[in-house]
Write a protein that binds this ligand. Structure first.
Ligand code: ADP
Length: 606
């Protein structure tokens, strides 16, 4: 539950009662005497009933003897005082709490734990995920009630979330969350909506459109989710995020956001410019290792990149009655004479999507057409899909027997390991190289050229061949690709093909220096569209100087970003390979992933 606090000293839960909406410092009459509670209660009951009996008998005696009632003896005064005192005690102990708990303020917090239990911190942690209402029951009001714990049994209405007594979730207001997660105050009106979502009468997905307030929708959905699942989302922040910015394009039904730290590697000296590379990761050593590689590159005069190809692909699958008909369409599509007609059709849906080529493959009477187009600064999946749809519509005139099975037929190939991307390329194909001076290899990378060349041959080339690798002729390209993708708002799922990479190392200058290169045929990145426009991701793109669309040359920003990815991979490959060559692997992991945070550079997993 968002608003709960865990006690710092485990013993008593009373002061930090999770369900507590009462003032935890409130004193009870029973606190006045240093006796066990049951003794005080027994004493007060005895005194109360005894003095009542005593006073009533005295009263009857006076009536019988015609003595005025206001004439009282000392014993009667003492009895009256005792009566008043015990009455006040009993009223204070039972009366007020009873009225409050049963009539005025029923325990409606479904996360509540029993007040009178003493509990350890561990117990509280375990209980945090224990919902009083069984999971799923809230969705089906017809279910009979299974046994509940005391807190709920005392309030049978709590069994049915729809008829819960209107509980203003005061916990939201009264217990401050100790991190950046300040829970918004949900009012009575919100409580009604939460109950409806829990009951299934309002679909969770419709909250944004119904409320017109994305943050409020997320807060309500989140609370409903916790009640339905019985699982706490404490720790998943809600505050500090612009929920409007993801509506309709980045994420549906949000309940918060995950925090991933962003580290900076660099400066990466690439093509004569310096870049500070943002990497979002939770893997210790990764940024430090990449940073070390950047240093080695910088001290050696920098790296150089070349963009070999730039085109996003989409490959629909169509079916004909015969293989012959499928082949006829293949020939038609691959005939240069038809390209202009096809590209006119393809290009009409975007200013930036420009058809480059169509490559076909046949499987029986099924035809796979791999369209490739430039996409400006966008990664381009939407763009290429729209263009392909235009062409399919156009082809339907000349090939009316063409049966479109799917706009994507996996020959594209998106987010799956595939040789076609490794061989033909997808997105940006980049090669990046550097010559690392021998003394830098020794002083910064703590190894030597010969050892690196040998390790690269046996690990990245031979070892990967032995493993039957597909585009995986590298040490850990995907580490860097994924970290930069998350930081800059790329589609992290495209790390599959974007991490295709062959790392080459060779001794040059009479064996003194090291030539190192990474060849990456399918880096899929964009600086517009998708997650790139979100505040954090946009800030990271801004840091690299590639935010948004390039004003001078459409596509220039995304191409530079692809080069930075390759350059960073180059740096990280250098560092990891050096660490392995120098036998630092175990030591550096101990330094960064365990206790000693002051230790020097190490390496990530490969
Ligand atoms: P994707 O195709 O990568 O999914 P989107 O279609 O979501 O990307 O975003 C691309 C959008 O950005 C298109 O509407 C396009 O017209 C617009 N846009 C503006 N400037 C550029 C640019 N320089 N390069 C590519 N697209 C651009």
């Amino acid at each position: 539950m968002d608003v709960r606090r865990r006690p710092t000293s485990g013993k008593t839960i009373h002061s930090v009662k999770l369900k507590s909406v009462e003032d935890e410092s409130a004193q009870k009459p029973s606190d006045a005497l240093p006796l066990p509670l049951y003794l005080i209660n027994a004493l007060c009951f005895t005194v109360f009933f005894y003095v009542v009996y005593f006073l009533l008998s005295r009263w009857r005696e006076k009536i019988r003897t015609s003595t005025p009632l206001h004439v009282v003896a000392l014993s009667e005064i003492a009895a009256i005082v005792a009566f008043v005192a015990s009455f006040i005690y009993l009223l204070g102990f039972f009366g007020i709490d009873f009225v409050q708990s049963l009539i005025l303020r029923p325990p409606t917090d479904m996360w509540a734990v029993d007040d009178d239990e003493e509990e350890t911190e561990e117990g509280i942690v375990l209980r945090e995920d224990t919902l009083k209402l069984p999971c799923g029951q809230a969705l089906d009001c017809s279910l009979s009630a299974p046994p509940l714990s005391r807190a709920v049994v005392s309030s049978p209405k709590a069994m049915d979330p729809i008829v819960l007594p209107s509980p203003k979730p005061k916990v939201f207001e009264e217990i401050p969350f100790p991190t950046t997660t300040t829970i918004p105050i949900l009012g009575d009106e919100d409580e009604e909506i939460i109950k409806s979502v829990v009951a299934g009468t309002i679909p969770s997905y419709s909250l944004e459109s119904k409320l017109g307030d994305c943050k409020r929708a997320a807060a309500i959905r989140r609370e409903a989710l916790q009640r339905i699942t019985g699982k706490s989302l404490s720790g998943l922040p809600l505050e500090g995020f612009d929920y409007e910015s993801i509506l309709g394009q980045c994420c549906e039904m949000p309940v918060g956001y995950v925090q991933i730290p962003v580290g900076i590697a660099g400066p990466l000296l690439l093509d004569g410019k310096e870049y500070s590379v943002p990497m979002a990761t939770t893997e210790g050593c990764l940024v430090a290792s990449t940073n070390r590689g950047c240093k080695a590159i910088h001290l050696s005069g920098g790296a150089t990149s070349v963009l070999l190809r730039d085109g996003m692909t989409r490959a629909p699958v169509v079916r004909f009655g015969t293989a012959k008909r499928a082949a006829q369409l293949k020939l038609y599509l691959e005939d240069p004479a038809n390209f202009e007609t096809l590209s006119t059709s393809f290009n009409k849906s975007s200013r930036f999507g420009r058809l480059q080529s169509i490559k076909c493959a046949i499987a029986g009477k099924n035809l796979y057409m791999r369209f490739c187009c430039s996409t400006g600064d966008a990664m381009g999946m939407n763009m290429v899909s729209k263009g392909v749809q235009n062409v399919l519509n156009f082809l339907q005139n000349d090939f009316p027997d063409m049966d479109v099975i799917g706009l994507s037929g996996n020959f594209c190939s998106d987010k799956k390991p595939a040789a076609v991307n490794w061989i033909e390329g997808r997105g940006k194909s980049v090669v990046c190289e550097a010559i690392i001076k021998g003394d830098v290899v020794k002083k910064v990378l703590k190894t030597n050229v010969e050892a690196l060349v040998e390790l690269n041959m046996l690990k990245n080339l031979t070892g990967s061949a032995m493993a039957g690798a597909l585009g995986g002729f590298n040490a850990h390209a995907s580490n860097i690709v994924t970290a930069i993708y998350i930081a800059t708002g790329q589609d992290p799922a495209q790390n599959v093909e974007s991490s295709n990479c062959i790392t080459m190392m060779e001794a040059v200058n009479d064996g003194q220096d090291l030539h190192v290169s990474v060849t990456m045929p399918s880096i899929e990145v964009g600086t517009v569209g998708g997650g790139t426009q979100l505040a954090s991701q946009s800030a990271c793109l801004n840091l690299l100087g590639v935010k948004g669309a390039s004003k001078e040359t459409p596509g220039a920003n995304s191409r530079v970003l692809a080069s930075i990815v390759a350059g960073s991979v180059l740096a990280a490959e250098l560092s990891l390979m050096s660490a392995i060559a120098a036998g630092q692997l175990v030591n550096s992991h101990m330094k960064y992933n365990r206790a000693n945070k002051e230790a020097a550079v190490s390496k990530p997993s490969s």
